[in-house]
Design a protein. Sequence first.
Length: 189
Amino acid sequence: MTEITQLLNAIDQGDGHAAAQLLPLVYEELRRLAAARLAAEPSGNTLQPTALVHEAYLRLVGSSNGDRWDHRGHFFGAAAEAMRRILIDNARHKSTARHGGAMRQALDPDATPAAEPREDLLALDEALDRLEAEDPLKAKLVKLRYFAGLSLAEAAATLDLSERTAGRHWAFARAWLRRAVEEPQEKEK
């Protein structure tokens, strides 16, 4: 049993000191995942990797909702879900008219305005929720790959799948999500 797994078990048992010992062990990896995830966000994003890691960690360890993590991969899967929720909440917050969501414009008057990436993130979140209702395993794979930044091999190991099976699931989920995200746009035309 790894040190991380032992600390996760201690946290489950209510050991308050275990959470403080866990953070230094997982911090760099969580920060790397957060930085990779935020690199794909729009340039006007005000959320920093450190803030994302801290918020996700507080949601994971600070909550008393009875979450249990069996192993390191399970913990990082939960971290990916927490980061996803934070990014979605942030995108929803910024898209409200009160925070300039309806009035945001490019500084260059000759530039063609592109679709707001946060709108894409919200559309992806809705599509991912629909995929999760249809096929939870494929949705979990997407969360691990897209939001946690795990490689296909790492995600496959976390989900106890062979790499080939994970590759097939990943290809299917990407195509399914692409179609689901583009579907509302086709109905409007």
